[in-house]
Design a protein. Structure first.
Length: 93
């Protein structure tokens, strides 16, 4: 619900800013907003899912040379630092 409240607050803020525009400028803005809504409404659910998947792949990243799962597992295990013997040095030395 917070997102909705923030959006309403922003809409009120912009409304007060835009009130000084001419009627022609307001109609132009309404037209642009309507076009934007129509474009998003034209997208099918499948297209939206494809875009989501592509965005997720971009965020997740990939390995440079796309190695096999075993090689990836080995690299991860080599990089781990837990469960290894450590030498603790006292602070008073």
């Amino acid at each position: 619900m917070k997102t909705f409240d923030v959006n309403i607050h922003l809409a009120d803020y912009y409304s007060s800013m835009l009130s000084s525009l001419s009627d022609k400028a307001k109609l132009y803005l309404v037209n642009k907003l309507t076009e934007s809504l129509m474009k998003s409404a034209d997208k099918t659910e499948e297209t939206k899912e494809i875009e989501k998947d592509e965005s997720l792949r971009k965020l997740a990243g990939i390995w440079r040379n796309d190695p096999d799962a075993e090689i990836i597992e080995e690299a991860i295990l080599k990089g781990r630092r837990s469960n290894k013997t450590r030498k603790l040095i006292p602070f008073d030395e």
